[in-house]
Ligand binder design. Structure first.
Ligand code: FNR
Length: 363
């Protein structure tokens, strides 16, 4: 059952890549162009640091798979691409392994192919502390992701229907394991309230994984005989909206969900993310063109992100969070309703602050 579900997820996620790209609202975020802001490419660094973690680059391959023969091969190929490009990588949910250790190799391959890389283990929020540590140990993981996914479980025919244990269990796991914990959504987004709750639970970072890319309500509905949960398609907040909502929430935030190209990566970093993940798009590249195609895509993303940083005057990915941003359209309405002052984002660059200091201007 579990192995079949893993294969279904891959098949339906790829189908979605071809037929349905959600509205991620990234196109409602634009940089104010400052024509003299540019710096020199050799001065640009791609490294990012958060929650005691340092990554050589701010892009990562987010959680996807493992647990069946086919998905073990996918994990081997993803791990090879991660090793060749230096990007961090997460496993898919390891609860399949925790229930049936005979599929261990389909996950362990992530470490075997990528011995020096940053690898994240992934579990659900009902996992016992002992099992969380078993998942970490199998991968010699550098961090633990805990996924929270009520809008996936609800239409999933065999999904969970009880969610109240998740908060205390996340707290227990976080207190007990020996690596940083990142709690992530799976494509429906984390609200500010959720991020604040995670901070109170002691979680080290939150991956907002918002709406606009892979849609798991749609995937699970596609696995239902009657497909009678179509009204849940597109549930939740976009990644851009989540990043705006989480501004100043207190713990580092990662971005994933609907990231299409290097400009979306730059936008997410400018909206405050410490790193930016992609899943469905990278999987599509891998299955269409093999490992060389995925390596070429990630290499191009990193190169073009550095080019954007050079143009925008951002020596590090974190510096992008000082660039002036304009928020348009429906995302602007979201900000108005959530009490987010978009004008502050449009006037935050240091050159403008300096100008204000010089002139006493409030504009
Ligand atoms: C996922 N995702 C996921 N997330 C997670 O925490 N555990 C998991 O086991 C899986 N499984 C999974 C399978 C497949 C085939 C895909 C495409 C994705 C969710 C993933 O990590 C991410 O949060 C969302 O896919 C949104 O990002 P994209 O796909 O829009 O870039």
């Amino acid at each position: 059952m579990s192995a079949q579900r893993k294969d279904d997820h891959v098949r339906l996620a790829i189908e979605q890549q071809h037929t349905h790209r959600g509205d991620n609202q990234f196109d409602e975020v634009s940089f104010v162009h400052h024509a003299l802001a540019g710096i020199d490419r050799p001065d640009v660094s791609p490294a990012t640091a958060f929650a005691g973690i340092t990554w050589p680059v701010p892009v990562y391959i987010n959680a996807m798979t493992g647990g069946s023969v086919k998905t073990g091969v996918i994990n081997r190929d993803l791990a090879t691409a991660a090793r060749e490009t230096g990007v961090p990588i997460a496993s898919g949910s390891m609860n399949a392994y925790l229930k049936d250790p005979s599929c261990a190799d389909t996950f362990r391959v992530l470490r075997q192919e990528n011995p020096g890389g940053f690898v994240m283990a992934n579990i659900n929020a009902t996992t016992s502390v002992d099992n969380a540590q078993r998942a970490i140990d199998l991968l010699e993981a550098n961090a633990l992701q805990i996924h929270i996914n009520t809008a996936q479980e609800t239409p999933m025919p065999e999904g969970d229907r009880s969610f109240s244990s998740w908060v205390p269990q996340i707290e227990k796991i976080t207190a007990a394991v020996d690596v940083p914990v990142i709690v992530k959504e799976v494509g429906n987004g984390l609200s500010r309230q959720t991020v604040l709750t995670l901070q109170n639970l002691g979680v080290q970072a939150a991956d907002v994984s918002g709406r606009g890319g892979t849609d798991f309500a749609r995937i699970e509905n596609g696995r239902r005989e009657l497909a009678d949960y179509a009204f849940l398609h597109g549930w939740g907040q976009s990644t851009a909206a989540c990043l705006l909502d989480a501004q100043g929430a207190g713990i580092p935030v990662l971005a994933s969900g609907g990231v299409r190209h290097p400009l979306d990566v730059a936008r997410a970093l400018a909206l405050g993310a410490s790193g930016v993940g992609a899943s469905g798009g990278f999987l599509r590249t891998l299955l269409d063109g093999g490992v060389p195609a995925l390596i070429a895509q990630i290499t191009a993303w990193l190169d073009q992100l550095a080019a954007l940083q050079t143009m925008l005057g951002a020596r590090t990915p974190a510096d992008l969070a000082r660039c002036d941003l304009l928020i348009h359209g429906s995302l602007r309405s979201f900000c108005a309703d959530r009490g987010i002052e978009t004008w502050r984002l449009a006037r935050r660059s240091s050159s403008l602050e300096t100008l204000h200091e010089m002139t006493g201007s409030t504009r």
